[in-house]
Design a protein around this ligand. Structure first.
Ligand code: AMP
Ligand code: MG
Length: 311
């Protein structure tokens, strides 16, 4: 038929691994070269953020900071400085539930090896968990740790940051419809040609099942769950979201999803609301403009923020 093109051929999807997680990129563009370039650029960006912000890579800027910042000001890149400033802001907003110094104790957990610190080991380092020990000097872009046991980790926000950067890269290439997912963090550019994107939130206890599906356009959705990195030992589930108050895994909910405009915020807030728990967490989201939440509690009951409730 004259004038009809096969729009399905203009979609391109690729999956790969970096930042310790699975990445999905899906783009729409009529020019295959632009699509190829888009996917290559997103891959490179994810890898760049990983090389700079992973605590598993000794040479990363973040690892270097952890090794040198106690007692002295260390100059960091503008990008890392701004992200640390945002972390500070989110720590204040969430009353310390989001705290990158969780890692002062968090580094003692090794989920693949099924290792968790004992109470005594936790107590030795617990007082180092306090975001106020990370002193930021915005004039010189320097960072100084005020306690010798402080370690920071950006695992709760770096994926969201990389997703936002990727969406910016795709926009700059003239792409108007795209999806970028890094683990539990997804951001959508535009819609799926007249229809919303359908993003699933998985069942925390069954990876092949979805608990909820959400239709979305031009927005971000992040999910934090107690199933991403965990092991069970003696009837306890040890997982990767750590309460800054106890230094132990946070209990009370199984998963928290946050909807918003930018992944960097939804990523950090999903981790924070997980720690705050159902009541305080939903209370905070209900008090903020532009964010919504879906929480599954420990009895597997779903709860929605007021903006998502349909009476
Ligand atoms: P997410 O995957 O976004 O849910 O974030 C979980 C990751 O955030 C963990 O793997 C840790 O790297 C980091 N994290 C754990 N607990 C906290 C916390 N209380 N505040 C900030 N980051 C955390
Ligand atoms: Mg998160």
């Amino acid at each position: 038929m004259v004038g009809v093109t096969n729009v399905f051929a203009d979609w391109q999807k690729e999956e790969f691994s970096t930042m310790g997680t699975n990445i999905v990129v899906e783009v729409f563009h009529h020019d295959a070269q632009v699509r190829d370039q888009a996917i290559l650029k997103v891959k490179a960006e994810m890898e760049r953020v990983n090389q700079s912000m992973s605590t598993y890579i000794d040479s990363s800027e973040l690892s270097q900071l952890n090794q040198t910042a106690y007692g002295q000001k260390v100059k960091v890149s503008q990008e890392l400085f701004e992200l640390l400033e945002l972390c500070h802001k989110i720590s204040e907003l969430t009353n310390g539930a989001f705290d990158i110094t969780y890692a002062s104790v968090g580094y003692l957990y090794n989920f693949p090896e099924k290792l968790a610190p004992n109470n005594q080991q936790i107590q030795q380092k617990l007082s180092a968990i306090n975001y106020q020990f990370v002193e930021l000097d915005p004039i010189h872009n320097t960072v100084k740790f005020l306690n010798k046991d402080v370690k920071v980790d950006l695992g709760g926000i770096a994926k969201g940051h990389a997703v936002d950067n990727s969406i910016e890269i795709l926009s700059a290439l003239g792409i108007k419809h795209a999806l970028v997912t890094a683990g539990g963090d997804t951001r959508l550019l535009g819609d799926r040609l007249g229809k919303p994107w359908i993003v699933g939130i998985r069942d925390p206890r069954n990876k092949d099942k979805q608990a909820v599906v959400v239709p979305l356009t031009d927005s971000a959705l992040s999910t934090s769950g107690d199933y991403e990195r965990y092991f069970e030992k003696d009837g306890t589930r040890y997982h990767h979201i750590i309460s800054p108050t106890t230094g132990k895994s946070s209990y009370g909910v199984q998963s928290v999803s946050i909807l918003g405009e930018q992944s960097v915020y939804t990523d950090a807030l999903s981790t924070a609301i997980f720690v705050l728990g159902l009541e305080k967490g939903l209370g905070l989201i209900n008090s903020l403009d532009n964010f919504e939440a879906i929480v599954m509690d420990d009895n597997r009951k779903l709860h929605f923020s007021t903006g998502l409730q349909q009476n």
